[in-house]
Ligand binder design. Sequence first.
Ligand code: ZN
Length: 258
Amino acid sequence: MKITKFIAGKISRKYLIKLSKIYCFFTSIIYRGGSYYCPICKGSFRKFLPYGAKNWRDGRLCPGCLSLERHRLLWLYIEKKTDILVENQKILHIAPEQCFYKVFRKSHNLKYITADLESPLADVKMDIIHMPFENESFDKIICNHVLEHITDDKKAMQEIYRTLKSGGLAILEVPLDFNREVTLEDEAINTPDLRKKHYWAHDHVRLYGRDYLEKLTQTGFIPVCDEIFTEFDEKEIKRMGLIKKKLLIFKKPEKSGV
Ligand SMILES: [Zn+2]
């Protein structure tokens, strides 16, 4: 039963990726227009599409690359405030988002490695708490919306830190309740329904609070959380369909001189 479910899950995920490419081909034509602009696929559209498992809302999904508000915001940071698209470097992308994958894969300056336990987009099948890489292997590590699924998130953070080069950047977005001081993690919250109610999704194992930054600091990281949305006016924010949030980005300190 478990095996059948496992195989079915894999097939549907592969199919979903193929189907989404066909879907995007048509929606990018159908919704072509001048009102909205996606900084990732550089497409102009007459609308962004509705999306949301919990809160179904219009104006979220890009018809060209299926990016959401948070993806487009992060992309602007990557484009404007990092050297990812310019300098030769090695990047590890854990649980790769499809909208970024295509652009990174085509970037000739990148040695781009994707990793995941199951994703068909992954070059390396791996468990994040036992990463099969040498110390200081990557200039950047991107790992978005993963840690809230990992029981031993402390070990995962340590693995990301270990495999990142000194001075390197880790982009570690998670669902974070900024109204909450301390992360909610309770053994009694142990069913899909309870998890959805308290942790925002049926497969999350905690809801991070503001102490998420401390957890990363304790691992050794320096928070460089960025508010790039403040650099755009309301008209641009609406046109690109951005969310106004702090980006959760962390730096591994440079090696101190010996
Ligand atoms: Zn797009």
